[in-house]
Write a protein that binds this ligand. Structure first.
Ligand code: PMV
Length: 348
């Protein structure tokens, strides 16, 4: 997409630029790509941005560096994570040759374990790149840029509820962008996250999606039934119908995981504590407590409930064997710059 985006001014800020972004949880899941090269989703998705899961990223351009440097959670890392970040910055710069950069990024939660660190990470990097390169992108363009780092990152540009739209072209992303539906003050909800493992996932989301699309006999049904789920979710959020939102959230989650399990070879992101947690929450529901589970590409269980029920649900979750930590989240804000030195240097 980047070749099509117009560069407005070619100024790079050589002083550090710091951005913050929050992870999001997909209520209607994204799984599958129309194009792996352009990172175009095969389906739309709807998410809630979370205040408690935050990435802080500082980008500093420096002509004296020999290579880009990536510091992730206070450790210098090379290889695939560095390549992903460098490629992303190249995409953001478009046809302009950019200076090398040091990128320092840290998460206040486990990285790469199915807690959407790539969503908050690439949303923060998109916002920092926009500022550091003076790209002057709109939110829609920022979401497209973030999407190229990670599909779910497009939604983290916005606070509250966001929707990622899915276009139809195989080689053009003009319709693949996220939009804000309602901001973080629209509806006071709680999302309780049970961390059941801090290990990195074995099958990344891209690999999982590609394998599923190639081998699952149910993939077509997944793609074809998504719009109905999106329509119903949009309606239920606008009516603040909590039971309906919860029921649809679980439906989309189990449809996605059932799909992944039906791949050859099968993909199962859950561990024993994940399934114990699912049953614990379903038992609460039998007692009339409205709480609903959802899981992403990892074994963590996220439980959606109303604020008045959060303490009770949390206590039940803490009793599940194998739970390492519960993180309590509320709807969170969109991605922003938190510090910015105004000094810019003309790049000709
Ligand atoms: O953003 P990616 O490419 O890591 O894919 C995210 C996939 C899920 O988290 C499982 C679902 C979603 O919509 O966030």
């Amino acid at each position: 997409m980047n070749s099509k985006r117009k560069r407005i001014i070619a100024d790079f800020t050589y002083n550090p630029v710091t951005a913050k972004a929050h992870a999001n949880i997909a209520l209607i899941k994204y799984w599958g790509k129309r194009s792996v090269d352009l990172n175009l989703p095969a389906v739309g998705s709807i998410s809630l941005t979370l205040d408690a899961l935050q990435t802080t990223t500082t980008l500093q351009f420096d002509d004296h560096l020999e290579n880009d440097i990536l510091q992730l959670d206070h450790r210098i890392v090379a290889g695939e994570p560095l390549e992903r970040v460098s490629t992303f910055l190249d995409l953001a710069a478009g046809t302009i040759k950019r200076p090398r950069a040091k990128i320092s990024t840290s998460n206040n939660f486990p990285t790469g374990a199915g807690l959407a660190s790539s969503a908050s990470g690439f949303a923060a990097l998109a916002i920092a790149a926009n500022q550091g390169m003076n790209l002057q992108l709109t939110d829609k363009e920022l979401s497209k840029l973030a999407r190229q780092g990670s599909g779910s990152a497009a939604r983290s540009i916005y606070g509250g509820f966001a929707e990622m739209r899915c276009g139809s072209s195989l080689n053009d992303d003009s319709d693949d962008f996220a939009q804000g539906l309602y901001n973080d003050s629209y509806w006071d909800l709680r999302l309780l996250i049970a961390v059941t493992s801090a290990n990195k996932k074995e099958i990344g989301s891209t690999e999982g999606m590609v394998r599923t699309a190639k081998t699952s006999p149910f993939y077509r049904g997944w793609v074809e039934s998504q719009n109905e789920d999106l329509d119903e979710m949009r309606r239920s959020i606008s009516n603040k119908d909590f039971e309906k939102v919860g029921e649809l959230t679980e439906h989309s989650c189990f449809k996605m995981h059932g799909l992944a399990m039906s791949a050859r070879s099968p993909i199962l992101y859950w561990n024993a504590a994940t399934t114990k947690m699912i049953h614990t929450i379903w038992n609460l529901r039998k007692k009339g407590i409205a709480a609903y589970v959802t899981m992403d590409a990892g074994p963590q269980v996220k439980v959606l409930c109303l604020p008045g029920r959060a303490e009770l649900v949390k206590q039940a979750m803490l009793s599940v064997e194998g739970v390492k930590q519960i993180i309590e989240a509320k709807p969170g804000p969109g991605a922003t710059i938190v510090s910015d030195d105004q000094q810019t240097v003309k790049n000709n």
